[in-house]
Design a protein around this ligand. Structure first.
Ligand SMILES: Cc1cc2nc3c(=O)[nH]c(=O)nc-3n(C[C@H](O)[C@H](O)[C@H](O)COP(=O)(O)OP(=O)(O)OC[C@H]3O[C@@H](n4cnc5c(N)ncnc54)[C@H](O)[C@@H]3O)c2cc1C
Ligand code: FES
Length: 279
């Protein structure tokens, strides 16, 4: 499975088995043969960073956003509005966002000068900064990450057991085993409910990770129905329902459903949290 930008604080270490994780250091570095990545260079060039605390996360978010779009075949470059919407989960405490948005919007298709925001100090408009923004592009071809075939994983820690299932049969076997041994257990998908619903986790010692089960993370769209597995991420649901509302007769009402989904959490959470909603 290809997972885009996530909040690392919500990801259990054992969930990462088989993942290919890229950090800001891998993306680009002055010591690397290829130097800094175009997004990093653009961040510096357009003054999008101040204290720098949020900068790596912002850049990785943008990289993931562009990478994900290139991973689904030819698709138009994002619009300035799509880029702005995708940044709903990243917080900056000192730039006021305007320069960061300007950096990222420079990767949008046909970014118009009106897509950029200006500080009050910029009035009258500063020709120098605007000239650099319009039409900037990432030249790089994004590579798809290499993925291993998912395999069943069982890990035992101090009194806790983590099982990464690859089939529904694995899940039922694990449930049966935990029940038999009277081990309180929990199914884990995106794990984003952690911290929000703490009472959910009290005393749990068995964990059944279901993210690697293909049948749960698949979906089917036909002319008269859409079937979503319970591990399809909210981000994917938004994409699938948006496409259906635009292309399929009788599914136009899904535009309103996707508008609601876009209000749940933020991009980095929706990228991994599944469509099983909490009460
Ligand atoms: C910053 C933040 C903001 C949020 N904002 C909103 C919001 O605005 N609106 C909103 O509705 N929610 C919000 N949430 C909650 C979010 O929607 C849920 O955390 C998410 O939907 C849970 O999906 P998950 O895959 O991470 O589930 P997990 O955290 O892995 O699991 C959640 C529960 O569902 C069970 N479960 C998981 N998958 C399955 C399955 N396939 N079958 C049966 N049981 C399963 C688990 O055992 C667990 O009890 C927010 C969360 C965060 C972190
Ligand atoms: S540059 Fe300081 S938090 Fe964003």
């Amino acid at each position: 499975m290809l997972l885009p930008a996530l909040f690392q604080c919500l990801v259990p270490l054992l969930s990462c088995d088989g993942w290919d994780i890229m950090t800001i250091e891998k993306l680009g570095d002055k010591a690397a043969a290829t130097g800094y990545h175009p997004i990093q260079k653009q961040m510096v060039k357009l003054g999008g960073t101040q204290c720098g605390f949020c900068t790596p996360g912002m850049i990785m978010h943008m990289y993931s956003f562009l990478h994900e779009r290139s991973g689904h075949g030819p698709r138009p470059k994002p619009s300035a509005q799509q880029i702005e919407d995708s940044l709903d989960g990243n917080i900056c405490r000192c730039t006021g966002y305007r320069p960061i948005l300007d950096v990222f919007k420079s990767f949008a298709v046909a970014a118009a000068p009106t897509d950029f925001h200006f500080d009050i100090e910029d009035v009258p408009l500063c020709a120098q900064s605007k000239k650099d923004l319009v039409g900037a592009q990432v030249e790089e071809e994004f590579e798809l990450l290499h993925h291993e075939v998912a395999k069943l994983l069982k890990c035992k820690g101090e009194g806790e057991i983590w099982i990464k299932a690859t089939s529904l049969q694995d899940v039922f076997d694990a449930m049966r085993q935990f029940s038999f041994e009277k081990v309180p257990y929990r199914v884990v998908a995106g794990n984003t409910s952690t911290g929000i619903y703490k009472h959910d986790e009290g005393g749990v010692r068995g964990f059944i990770d279901i993210l690697n089960i293909h049948s749960l993370s698949s979906y089917v769209v036909t002319s008269d129905e859409i079937v979503l597995g319970s591990c399809v991420t909210i981000a994917t649901v938004i994409n699938v329902l948006t496409a259906a509302s635009e292309a399929l007769h009788g599914f136009e009402y899904l535009e309103g459903v996707t508008a609601h989904f876009k209000r749940v959490a933020n991009t980095s959470v929706r990228n991994v949290s599944c469509d099983v909603f909490l009460p």
